[in-house]
Design a protein around this ligand. Sequence first.
Ligand code: ATP
Length: 356
Amino acid sequence: MKRLVVEDLFLSFDEGPVLKGVDLQVEPGELWAILGPSGCGKTTLLRAIAGFLRPQRGRIWIGEQEVFGPSVWLPPEKRRVGYVPQEGALFPHLTVADNIAFGLPKMLWCQTRVQRMVELVGLSGLEKKRPAELSGGQQQRVAVARALAPWPSLVLLDEPFNALDAGLRRTVREDVRQALKATGATAILVTHDQEEAFSWADRVAVMRSGWVVQTGDPAFLYRHPRDLETALFLGERTVLPGTREGDHVRTPLGPLPIDPRSPARQREVLAVLRPEQVQLKPGHQGKLLRAQYFGHDLLLEAELPGGLKLISRVLGASSLSSGDPIQVEVLGAVMVYDKEAAGSAPVAQADRAGAS
Ligand code: ATP
């Protein structure tokens, strides 16, 4: 499998620019997720990499081969890219096996290849079925098997699990992940679902308004968003106003240690606390508003005098009930961001060594 390099990619439709200078570097065998809100340009980027759309500027390499550049244009069929769309891409009149074999040369070894793909995605025994006889999850498995069958250099998955219900979605995406890992594939999954991106990918690129604003491994991104907007996008949080004092920030909860990776430069800041950093105990600082039970964990919402709300996530159960007086303890350092944040600029691929 091959490395993918995207450099300063710019693509505009009649309505205006959608990709505004995207940089991305995916190493061979890595699974990436491109995570961003609806309309930020994720699918457009994927389609440009596949060759279905022609950007106005930039470069794309797949392995050693430049597939797009100022004087280079390789058509999609020559890029050796496997593309898995959202849904509905199977040929309804062909069997599972024939769908997977579509595009492979008609040679004897192809049968072995198709059988291997069927096993890899967990569809043994269903080779002769047609798409209408399969569940949504099984159909998406066929689509993945078909994308992998011709030994692509790169596999691109455009929100392929969207149509599946929550439980099935988790199983199918984990099986697809394992199938990609088993073939050593380099792959990119587009999603607007943070949990999906974090649990599935080795590395994540966060996109916003046509730019990749941050890349990194999931744990690093979650702990060290580079700006407030990214921090707010990447999961639940409490935001507290504060004043920087050396390596601490003074907040309504008292002084909290500042994470040294924080980008804040000004004195007046906003501190972002993840729910698992916030511990609530019996005390006299505020009161518990409500507890939401999720089985594996519990989401607690508390209020301090002045109306400041906090959320806390704890494993298992809690002895606290709604209305109980509480005390707050914050675990670890907090990320702080300038209150008067300048607009978020794009970044080149950063934090590559940012594993934690
Ligand atoms: P979603 O998560 O909702 O699929 P996305 O991040 O994948 O969103 P894109 O599908 O890349 O977003 O679309 C980005 C913007 O480009 C949108 O405003 C969309 O309307 C516009 N767009 C996409 N394809 C075209 C096209 N072929 N012609 C004109 N505008 C387009």
